[in-house]
Write a protein that binds this ligand. Structure first.
Ligand code: F6R
Length: 608
């Protein structure tokens, strides 16, 4: 989604803004722009396409002198990517500048009202309304004017605002879209995500809902929408700026795939104490766990796929019924939450609008929500009653890999914790499961080391039109994620099907040479999946199987087999997904796709 960077201080603003926007490129965007006050007037430059174009246009910021400014990368929602639709937006005489993330839902009536008063609009965006409204209400006092406007707009926003006649101040405001501000000896910063400013400061403040910030070169003041000043505590960012760099890998996605053994270890080991799972953040006593009657898992995209796996594992081990919902469905389907229900939301970014809305909906109905979240201090992390962090570190590639792997671990831990409290598994089984969990990082490493073979295989499919993934039970959940990884970065059409469901329609799409990836890691379902492999093979499919070491029988039905090391079937997803991630990655690389920033996608989806 869109990225915001603002700076006020002793240094030149433009290079800092460009540098910060570059760090936010992973969020996805299709145009960029910035506004800098040069001591007399505000200069604005905008460019469609990559940030590189704006950098060239401004000679890396050198042609835009000044020590206060705001910049933006836009992911088009209202109006196509174009110079006029790019931010910053401004009033008629270019004295008020606005950058915005989110959606102003009532922009149409507001615009009509302003048009009646003679205001002319140049863009199709919702954001321009904010700039023009600020102009309409402006009486020389920026803070009062901003508050008047914020009280009148509906929807979501993270805003950066600059007034030409107050060059010693910058303003930021937030409702529903993430925003941080930071301070260093050289100045103060606004950003939509920490990596944008981490090079300059580790002291950041997460702006809360309906807060406004006034930034001066050496100070920041926080206010409520009623203009009451708030005291806020800074957060010191512990992770390194290097974590957001490629470290010699060709793509962030490859780097992040290689970080999975560490991610899994970091999410797992701190929660195993003396061979017992302890999840302090859970905030539930054993008595409360024993009273859980049902679990609702709510998430989007890959996090939803992790949730689907979670359902099989929790139901299998702890015998608690689990319902998994896409957050965009859950929030509007008037879900039935009954006494004894527990809600778990899963999100890497912690900012996904639908997941956040599902969390709020559950809380409004009086249910406690556990968040499985990666980004510390994100909206979901702050609003959930309890947070179980996945310690994956910053994930930059749009397609998730390491955060997904960490989400699986969090779900396994919950399943085992619940199972041990509910005594649905025996002590011996619990110990064996723990041993298998601890082996996962080394086994993932082993699979990653097989990348050459996968690359070789993937190269055969860079011209494919359709690729199908099939599996049953947990293997179906793995297929969902394998298929998404492939299609989102390679743009090859792909579908995942429950293996037994294929013959109810979709099998008619199988042609001579169509690749079908069959995931078969659940021993009790081997034979069933083999039958489905035979069915597609008989119709011309080339069958790739991903299965456990030792399942030689599958070779009768498969044309190519990838074996994964032995583990408990409940944990097979953590291993089987590795070759599928590599496969998707190498197909996309072979096709020359922009792997880290696939078209039309954004890293954190802050609009519904
Ligand atoms: C796919 C992917 C997305 C996200 C989804 C939810 O590779 O990354 O499908 O999983 O947008 O995002 P979070 O986890 O940030 O809520």
């Amino acid at each position: 989604m869109c990225g915001i960077v603002g700076y006020i201080g002793k240094r030149q603003a433009a290079p800092i803004i460009l540098d910060g926007l570059a760090k936010l490129e992973y969020r996805g965007y299709d145009s960029a722009g910035m506004a800098v006050f040069d001591g007399e007037k505000v200069n604005v430059k905008k460019a469609v396409g990559r940030l590189k174009v704006l950098e060239e246009l401004t000679h890396d910021g050198a042609t835009m002198p000044g020590t206060v400014g705001i910049g933006h990368t836009r992911w088009a929602t209202h109006g196509a990517p174009s110079d006029v639709n790019s931010h910053p937006h401004f009033n008629g005489d270019k004295t008020i500048m606005v950058v915005h993330n989110g959606i102003i839902e009532n922009y149409i009536p507001l615009r009509a009202k302003l048009q009646k008063k003679g205001y002319e609009f140049v863009s199709e965006t919702d954001t321009e309304v904010v700039a023009q409204m600020l102009d309409y209400y402006y009486d020389g006092n920026p803070m009062e004017t901003i508050l008047k406007v914020l009280h009148r707009i509906e929807g979501s926003y993270a805003l950066g605002i600059m007034f030409a006649d107050h060059p010693g101040e910058l303003f930021a405001a937030r409702k529903g879209s993430p925003l941080v501000v930071g301070q260093s000896e050289d100045g103060c910063f606004i950003a939509s995500d920490v990596p944008a400013i981490l090079k300059y400061t580790r002291t950041v403040y997460f702006v809360d809902e309906q807060e406004v910030v006034r930034l001066e070169p050496d100070h920041m003041h926080f206010y409520t929408l009623d203009e009451e000043e708030i005291e806020k505590q800074p957060t010191t960012i512990e992770w390194d700026a290097d974590a957001a760099e490629k470290a010699g890998y060709e793509h962030f996605m490859l780097k992040e795939m290689y970080e999975q053994p560490k991610t899994v270890t970091d999410t797992l080991l701190p929660r195993i104490k003396k061979d017992t799972i302890e999840i302090e953040e859970l905030g539930l006593s054993d008595e409360e766990i024993a009273r859980i009657r049902k679990i609702h898992i709510v998430a989007c995209g890959s996090a939803y796929h992790a949730g689907v796996t979670g359902k099989y594992v929790i139901e299998g081990l702890a015998r608690i019924p689990v319902e998994v919902d896409l957050a965009s469905e859950f929030r509007y389907r008037n879900p039935i939450l009954e006494e004894g229900a527990m809600v778990i939301v899963i999100s890497q970014s912690g900012e996904t609008a639908d997941t956040l809305a599902a969390l709020r909906e559950s809380k409004a109905r009086g249910f406690k929500v556990l968040g499985i979240v990666n980004v510390v201090g994100s909206s979901i992390a702050r609003e959930a009653d309890n947070v179980m962090y996945t310690w994956a570190g910053p994930e930059i590639a749009v397609a998730t890999t390491k955060a997904y792997s960490a989400q699986l671990i969090a779900l396994y831990l919950l399943a085992m914790k619940f199972a041990s409290v509910k005594k649905t598994i025996k002590e011996e089984e619990y110990k064996k499961l723990l041993r298998d969990l601890k082996r996962l990082p080394d086994q993932i490493e082993l699979l990653l080391n097989n990348k050459k073979n996968i690359q070789h295989f993937a190269n055969r499919y860079i011209g494919a039109r359709d690729i199908f993934f099939i599996g049953r039970g947990i293997d179906y959940a793995i297929s969902l994620e394998g298929s998404l990884k492939l299609k989102e970065i390679s743009y090859i059409h792909s579908e995942a099907y429950a293996a037994g469901e294929l013959k109810h329609g979709t099998i008619s799409l199988i042609e001579e040479g169509t690749l079908v990836a069959a995931v078969s890691t659940q021993p009790e379902l081997y034979q069933k999946t083999i039958s489905n492999m035979v069915e597609v093979k008989a119709r011309g499919a080339f069958v790739l199987a991903v299965t456990n070491e030792g399942n030689k029988e599958i070779e009768k039905a498969a044309d190519y087999v990838i074996y994964i090391p032995e583990t408990n079937p409940y944990f097979a997803n953590s291993l089987a997904i590795i070759p599928l991630q590599l496969f998707g990655y190498y197909v996309a690389v072979g096709r020359g796709c922009d792997v880290d920033k696939p078209r039309n996608l954004a890293k954190s989806v802050t609009v519904e």
